[in-house]
Design a protein around this ligand. Structure first.
Ligand code: SF4
Length: 250
């Protein structure tokens, strides 16, 4: 009797660690993220692109402009600001400052007030005037049309460069990664990076180059209209069956 009663607890003690070890390894397996986004299967990408075409076949840049120079200036002004606000400011701005000469030799304090509603107006004034001067002095008055050259303009990084090259010149040098493209690329598991330039590199590997320009516009439109940062309207999303984002609302 005494021997039996000693053996029973010892069996339980042995099985308990075995169970917790298994549970732990399952948890570890679930928690481990693959180094690369798992949603990049070519068939899935093709389905996402088809759905974007279906929903936003006519997506374009929403910054109003009449030429590459105006688009460059408006894109610089759009940092941390809505396109709607930039378009409001642009309506009078381009009448007062019709070309690169007018911006390059503006009175800084006056230009600051003219673009003040777009925020960060002191830095934006420096960028706008610096870029305008460089366009006149280095590029004969034309906004350059290569990535290498356009990146030399003050205040111009890859996002602005891609907007101008893609929309004004139809040159697919990369993918515009703004706040919407960044968020949606993560939600759709096209990239697990947070840095816009790394996300762009991921997207350039999986999206056909002939789709880069339109894909950027379409993701931006989807982010503005349906896949909002806080409460995405998943019930209205035609990619819902392809999406397994943690913050889906259905
Ligand atoms: S299902 Fe929801 S989270 Fe996923 S892409 Fe559509 S709107 Fe965004």
């Amino acid at each position: 009797m005494g021997t039996k009663s000693k053996k029973k607890p010892s069996t339980k003690k042995k099985s308990a660690p075995a169970k917790s070890k298994t549970a732990k390894s399952v948890r570890t397996a679930k928690a481990a993220k693959p180094a690369h986004a798992a949603g990049t299967d070519p068939k899935r990408i093709a389905a996402i692109l088809a759905n974007l075409d279906e929903a936003y076949g006519n997506a374009t840049c929403e910054l109003k402009h009449e030429n590459a120079f105006q688009l460059l200036i408006s894109t610089i002004l759009s940092a941390q600001c809505t396109d709607v606000r930039v378009n409001q400011v642009a309506e009078t701005l381009y009448k007062k400052y019709p070309d690169s000469q007018a911006f390059a030799y503006a009175t800084p304090g006056e230009l600051e007030q003219d673009i003040r509603p777009t925020g960060f107006f002191r830095n934006k004034t420096k960028s706008v005037m610096g870029a305008s001067k460089a366009i006149i002095e280095e590029f004969g008055g034309q906004v350059p049309s290569t990535m290498e050259e356009i990146l030399t303009l003050p205040g111009v990084a890859r996002k602005t460069a891609n907007v101008v090259l893609g929309t004004a010149y139809g040159i697919a040098s990369g993918v515009v990664v703004d706040t919407h493209v960044l968020r949606l690329s993560n939600r759709l598991d096209l990239s697990r990076n947070e840095d816009p330039e790394k996300v762009e590199q991921d997207l350039m590997k999986i999206i056909p180059q002939e789709k880069w320009i339109q894909f950027s516009h379409q993701l931006i439109w989807h982010g503005r209209r349906v896949c909002h940062a806080r409460k995405p309207k998943c019930i209205e999303c035609n990619m819902e069956s392809l999406c397994y984002a943690k913050d889906k609302t259905i």
